[in-house]
Design a protein around this ligand. Structure first.
Ligand code: MSP
Length: 691
């Protein structure tokens, strides 16, 4: 049985702390860290809610904040270990953070979105050695892989911090000295079971058979070390009080219960240095030890705030936006963020972050997807196959933020096709098609006039407000759902009013149909704003189809979705104006099709998945225009044999003058799609692709 034993054996660090306590330090701290908790020896003055100001409600009070003076919204992802390239699990947190950051920017807030890489410690050094490179070179390569993936996933971060950055190292050293000056660091022996993947000593009772770590399923190893310790136990009471007074500090609420029960069971001091690890920041005044990777990495949230011109010290960093508004993390690192980190900050006299949100895991076959278990999904492959919007939308829509979620390719394709290609893409495309045919792609009237007295406009406004509240509450899946409801409402409106028939009737009916199209296109404009945090490129394409420029998309604001918000009177249902010319209709989101590699292979046959780039799908129009009436005989594609080649043709189908465009990779699909139609015209609008 492993023994966890700790002896206070040395007072070097505590005696140093006296030297490091200049009287000016107190002034400095009270001036610049107004929200600090004041330590008085080993006892704490209980923080008053208003003084500590650790947690603001996540409600709506700050919505639509504008202006440079306003507090920034600082959102962070964890700093990812660079022992291996990113996988879908790591991408998940970053996608969510990006959606939240984009939403906050839409509210007019100044946002600082921080991400980065955690580059010190034993497992990084081991991974570098295994790959035959030095740790620095290894970190450069993997850190770059993260940046490239973020670029491919449309992640618009503001700060990327690497924990090997000398400025970060200076911040860690200063922070360590402050904690030391507060008498919270002492030296002791420790013996226990260590999980290298978690970089953490474990309690035997939390381990599985053979002392395996429950997260990484690998045996923990016995370790005995002479380390420096952080006096976490001193912070038990203040932490209990903070959590009691600020129930929103840890979210979702069920994770708060977990944190409270850890604390209630008693907090043990933890070791913050490693004697056996060279690859790290040396402990100030003892270069035989390096600082524990977590004590180092958490400070990245503060050092990331430094501007290039800044001196690398805590004062500069903190004045650029600390405390963070929101730490987004996975549930496995909750203890570090909701217990260790606040205690460290209190010890150093710094404000606590306002909110820590612990999301669930992406799993494969029920197990956490991860580098250690080797059961990952390659985000690069997903992005290459399906595009960033589809990947972002699927994971945010499918996995309720906070819960675990399993990935399945079939489900991915079904969701993305149904929501993005059909409900949203097709609504836009068929409306623009009708407008082109009947109104020369020009809006006949302002959208505000078109919607006068229509309940439909109220429905859209109610739903967009619902989406806003869900975004505010980090209910990202529900926010997507509310936007999709707008699309559904738009499709229902079209089906009910049948503008294609009204156009044929002429006179007042024609006018009503032209107004209906304006209403739907205004709805699409609102969707393009409301879904842009989740699917930014798709929304940019939608916006461009409505005749807007790139700059106009970049300057969008959530108030542009509303007709009236509080006292900000901006008639924003009504963004589209009469006379505005729409772009040529092009599919904004191409359907993904699954093709069995072997037609005779039955249900188990491997499938090949095809998604054409939207640009390709909308490519050269005209020269292959078939313009033939639909009948099985007249479709020239029918001559292909069932298994010989796979073909895909982008077709525009005019059925009773309602135009829809879709990609049909197989003749049989096209055949079944048109079989219910009595008449119509099928027009090819792009090249035939042959695989
Ligand atoms: N380096 C630390 C974090 C330090 S923050 C100051 C670390 N890195 S990590 O690369 O192992 O994990 C980073 C994040 O990715 C964690 O929030 C973790 O929960 C998340 N995920 C890793 N695998 C995941 C899934 N399969 N699903 C969802 N998120 C997962 O911990």
């Amino acid at each position: 049985m492993a023994v966890a034993r700790m002896n206070m054996n040395c007072s070097i660090q505590s005696s140093l702390s006296c030297i490091l306590k200049p009287s000016s330090f107190f002034n400095f701290r009270t001036t610049h860290f107004r929200n600090r908790v004041f330590p008085t020896g080993n006892n704490f003055v209980a923080p008053k809610r208003s003084l500590l100001c650790t947690c603001s409600s996540n409600g709506n009070s700050n919505a639509f904040q504008t202006g440079e003076k306003a507090e920034p919204f600082v959102v962070t992802t964890p700093l990812y270990y660079v022992n291996a390239p990113p996988h879908m699990g790591s991408a998940y947190t970053t996608i969510a953070a990006d959606a939240i950051a984009r939403f906050q920017r839409l509210l007019g807030k100044r946002v600082v979105f921080i991400t980065g890489t955690d580059e010190h410690g034993e497992k990084i050094a081991t991974a570098a050695a295994a790959g035959g490179s030095g740790p620095r070179e290894h970190c450069d390569v993997i850190s770059q892989a993260y940046k490239m993936l973020w670029n491919d996933l449309d992640i618009a971060y503001d700060k990327f911090i690497r924990t090997t950055d000398p400025k970060h190292e200076a911040i860690v050293e200063e922070f360590y000295s402050r904690v030391l000056a507060n008498d919270d660091i002492y030296r002791a022996d420790y013996e226990g079971l260590y999980c290298v993947n978690c970089e953490e000593y474990k309690d035997e009772k939390e381990l599985l058979e053979n002392n395996c770590c429950p997260t990484h399923l690998k045996p923990c190893v016995p370790r005995k070390e002479d380390n420096y310790f952080f006096a976490l136990s001193k912070y038990q009471k203040p932490l209990e009080e903070i959590l009691a007074q600020n129930p929103d500090f840890v979210q979702p609420s069920y994770r708060l219960n977990e944190v409270q029960s850890w604390i209630k069971n008693g907090l043990r001091d933890f070791s913050i240095s490693r004697a056996a690890v060279d690859w790290g920041i040396p402990v100030p005044n003892d270069n035989k030890q390096t600082i524990y990777v977590w004590f180092d990495a958490l400070l990245g949230y503060i050092s990331a705030l430094l501007e290039d011109k800044d001196q690398p010290n805590l004062q500069s960093a903190v004045s650029s936006g600390w405390p963070a508004s929101l730490h987004l993390i996975g549930k496995d690192i909750l203890r570090f963020h909701a217990v260790y980190w606040p205690a460290m900050l209190m010890s150093a006299g710094l404000s606590l972050p306002k909110r820590v949100f612990g999301h669930g895991f992406l799993t494969k076959d029920g197990m956490k997807m991860g580098k250690s278990l080797g059961n990952t999904i390659e985000p690069n492959e997903l992005v290459d196959k399906f595009g960033a919007d589809a990947v972002r939308y699927f994971f945010l829509r499918e996995v309720e933020f906070g819960n675990d979620g399993d990935y399945s390719e079939d489900r991915f394709i079904n969701i993305v096709n149904a929501h993005l290609a059909n409900t949203i893409g097709n609504l836009l495309n068929r409306t623009l098609g009708l407008l082109k045919k009947n109104c020369q792609s020009t809006l006949v009237v302002d959208s505000s006039i078109a919607a006068e007295g229509k309940e439909f406009k109220d429905t859209v406004e109610r739903l967009v407000e619902k989406a806003r509240i869900h975004y505010e509450n980090l209910a990202l899946s529900s926010a997507c759902e509310a936007v999709l409801e707008i699309g559904n409402a738009g499709n229902l409106y079209m089906d009910k009013h049948q503008p294609w028939s009204l156009f044929k009737q002429g006179g007042d009916a024609f006018e009503a149909a032209a107004k209906d199209l304006v209403i739907i296109l205004e709805t699409m404009r609102i969707i393009a704003i409301a879904l842009s945090p989740v699917a930014p490129s798709l929304c940019r394409r939608i916006h461009a189809q409505l005749g807007y420029s790139e700059d106009q998309f970049d300057n969008l604001n959530w108030v542009h979705t509303l007709s009236l918000f509080l006292n900000i009177v901006k008639t924003k249902w009504g963004g589209l104006k009469g006379g505005q010319v729409m772009a040529q209709p092009k599919p904004v989101f191409a359907r993904i099709e699954q093709i069995k590699e072997n037609e005779n292979g039955g249900a188990e046959a491997p499938k090949k998945v095809v998604k054409k780039k939207e640009e390709k799908a909308t490519g050269s129009r005209g020269d292959r225009s078939l313009g033939v009436p639909i009948s099985e005989d007249s479709l020239p594609l029918m001559s292909f044999g069932p298994q010989s080649v796979e073909i895909s043709l982008t077709l525009s189908i005019h059925h009773h003058d309602d135009t829809s465009t879709a990609i049909y990779p197989r003749v049989s699909m096209l055949r079944s799609c048109i079989s219910g139609m009595k008449s119509g015209v099928c027009e090819a609008i792009s090249e035939v692709y042959v695989w």
